[in-house]
Design a protein around this ligand. Structure first.
Ligand code: FES
Length: 103
């Protein structure tokens, strides 16, 4: 089943990205040519996949783990709903999740 997410870029333009259950938002955003580096390919060692989750969706995510929290601590533009997008995977519950690229 194809699922989707919406990533809002720095100009406020919404990009609909699609994938399957288990695909990470970071992978899909990169495949869509959005400016998401994802330098460590999802191994929680870079924080270049930082995104800000729309508050309406933030509570539906699993809590931030210790390793993710440690990497988020290195992010300059941290917001209350900041997450590492490599740790967010499409699923039925997250179909349509909306995230913003940091400034
Ligand atoms: Fe490096 Fe997400 S891609 S922490």
């Amino acid at each position: 089943m194809i699922r989707h997410a919406i990533v809002i870029d720095r100009d406020g333009i919404a990009h609909n990205i699609t994938g399957r259950d288990g695909d990470s938002i970071m992978q899909l955003a990169r495949a869509a040519d959005l400016p998401v580096a994802g330098e460590c390919n999802g191994s929680l060692a870079c924080a270049t996949c930082h995104m800000i989750v729309d508050p309406d969706w933030a509570d539906r995510l699993d809590p931030v783990g210790e390793d993710e929290e440690a990497m988020l601590d290195t992010v300059f533009s941290l917001k209350p709903t900041s997450r590492l997008s490599c740790q967010i995977r499409l699923s039925p519950a997250l179909d349509g999740i909306t995230l913003n690229l940091p400034a």
